[in-house]
Design a protein around this ligand. Structure first.
Ligand code: ADP
Ligand code: 5GP
Length: 204
């Protein structure tokens, strides 16, 4: 069996972490891809849980060694997905969930598009996004302005995604995400589809 990939993108503050956390008990065995980043941890964030926090020099060494499936610069920091744990989880037949930006989604599609399902998650409006970023109280004014600016740019890529989840009512957004996670598992990828067909024929 080989696994499948579910990519979530959307502005910082869209509610991606909240939704994944709430959905966790409802979507079966999955691997959440822990990204590596050079940004500073927010209050309450733990190394190896939310992100692997590192410095720019180490990050650039990993780029040179070809260790990232994809990476991007977002809000002036590096963010990247390490290839190895993703490969291992896929080989174990798991659903792998990514929370990455639109540049990362494009790169991942180029490399593993046949087994990717993707969704863009956003609050109902830019105003509501601003309210949520402020209520999260983790970012200073400059960071909030940068995130809002970036959000205006990110939504331009909406049409590149398979699905759109508008996170207005949180319970409904979680329900939609759970449905998506179940559907994403049904996308086998080219290699697994061929293996299945060969087995299917030989049993016939
Ligand atoms: P992301 O992971 O996309 O950056 P978070 O999950 O941190 O976003 O959510 C940003 C803020 O918005 C948090 O304070 C969270 O509690 C709040 N939030 C998430 N979903 C909703 C919702 N449907 N309605 C109101 N607030 C929400
Ligand atoms: P935050 O700083 O709010 O945790 O994340 C900022 C942005 O970086 C979000 O849009 C998030 O999806 C994106 N991001 C997080 N990890 C990765 C990653 O590994 N690769 C890419 N390309 N983007 C990421």
């Amino acid at each position: 069996m080989s696994g499948a990939i579910l990519i979530l993108s959307g502005p910082s503050g869209a509610g991606k972490s909240t939704i994944i956390q709430r959905a966790e008990p409802l979507i079966g065995d999955f691997y959440f891809s822990i990204s590596t980043t050079t940004r500073a941890p927010r209050e309450g964030e733990k190394n190896g849980v939310d992100y692997y926090f590192t410095d720019p020099e180490s990050f650039e060494r990993e780029i040179a060694a070809g260790e990232f499936l994809e990476y991007a610069r977002v809000h002036g920091n590096y963010y990247g997905t390490s290839l190895r744990p993703v490969r291992e989880a896929l080989e174990e037949g798991k659903l792998v969930i990514f929370d990455i930006d639109v540049q990362g989604h494009r790169l991942a599609r180029e490399r593993m598009g046949d087994r990717i399902t993707s969704a863009f998650i956003t609050p109902p409006s830019l105003d509501e996004l601003e309210r949520r970023l402020r209520s999260r109280s983790t970012d200073d004014e400059e960071t909030i302005q940068r995130r809002l600016q970036n959000a205006r740019k990110e939504i331009e890529a909406l049409e590149e995604y398979d699905y759109l989840i508008v996170n207005d009512d949180l319970d409904q957004a979680v329900e939609e995400f759970v449905a998506l996670a179940r559907t994403a598992r049904l996308k086998p990828g080219r290699e697994a589809a061929r293996e299945f067909r060969e087995r299917w024929n030989s049993l016939g």
